[in-house]
Design a protein around this ligand. Structure first.
Ligand code: DC
Length: 237
């Protein structure tokens, strides 16, 4: 396993020998599955920036009404690293794998709330760029192609209707043995869409140079084939 850390300062410049592929899009569109598959195919690590927002929100127990100083203090106690090897990437926080405790709808809403805080965005962006300064990466999130890695060589924006995404999320949760109400999931997804798309700072939006893919009518393999066709043209062999 190799580890790429996020403890040192880094600018947005991507070292010339590394390449970054970004996937942005709303909740439940399948970014994580696709980013993971893409990373395996390219033989590089994968960074889930939403997991970093979720982990910070989890640490704050959902409290987003917090002073800038307190937030910086809390974040100073969180050290993110990426552990990768054998086709797997794992986000670690203080050496511990970030797990399913952050994967609930509640923590997702907490994360969307703290994502509107400029200090939270600043410290997390710095940590995300530090990881990108150490390794080629597939990165997924809401602003990774627009704000975090504007110079990425290959950018995608994935979308699908809230109904389609809620159904996918339901199936994913059922696979984990959790039962949920489809209408409630759709409401939660719409609520997060509003927060993610309408926040004043770094809202979810299509980068001018991103490839837009409507995944509503495609399965994971179908979207993956489209992604790979674009990536092969842009990424050094
Ligand atoms: O991808 P996710 O559902 O795990 O993300 C949770 C929340 O984190 C999302 O609703 C908004 C925030 N987020 C963000 O603002 N910017 C990112 N690059 C990634 C996530």
């Amino acid at each position: 396993m190799s580890q790429v850390g996020s403890s040192t300062q880094a600018g947005s410049a991507i070292p010339p020998f590394f390449f970054i592929v970004t996937l942005d899009g709303p909740a439940g569109v399948g970014k994580s599955t696709l980013a993971r598959k893409l990373a395996v195919a390219l033989g590089i690590p994968y960074l889930d920036t939403g997991a970093m927002f979720r982990r910070l929100a989890f640490e704050l127990r959902g409290n987003s009404d917090i002073s800038a100083q307190k937030l910086r203090e809390v974040f100073a106690g969180l050290h993110f690293t990426l552990s990768s090897g054998n086709g797997e990437s794992r986000l670690l926080c203080n050496g511990v794998a970030v797990g399913n405790e952050i994967r609930t709808e509640k923590v997702g809403l907490w994360a969307a709330r703290i994502a509107g805080n400029p200090v939270a965005r600043e410290v997390l962006q710095e940590a995300q760029r530090a990881v990108g300064a150490r390794s080629s990466l597939v990165v997924e999130g809401r602003d990774v192609g627009t704000e975090v890695f504007p110079d990425a060589c290959c950018k995608f924006f994935l979308d699908a209707s809230p109904e389609v995404r809620a159904l996918r999320r339901l199936k994913e949760l059922e696979m984990r043995g959790e039962s949920h109400d489809l209408a409630e999931l759709a409401d939660s997804i719409r609520e997060r869409d509003t927060m993610d798309r309408e926040r004043a700072i770094a809202p979810l939006r299509l980068a001018a140079d991103a490839v837009f893919i409507d995944t509503s009518e495609l399965d994971i393999e179908g979207v993956f084939a489209v992604l790979m066709a674009h990536v092969r043209r842009k990424v050094p062999a």
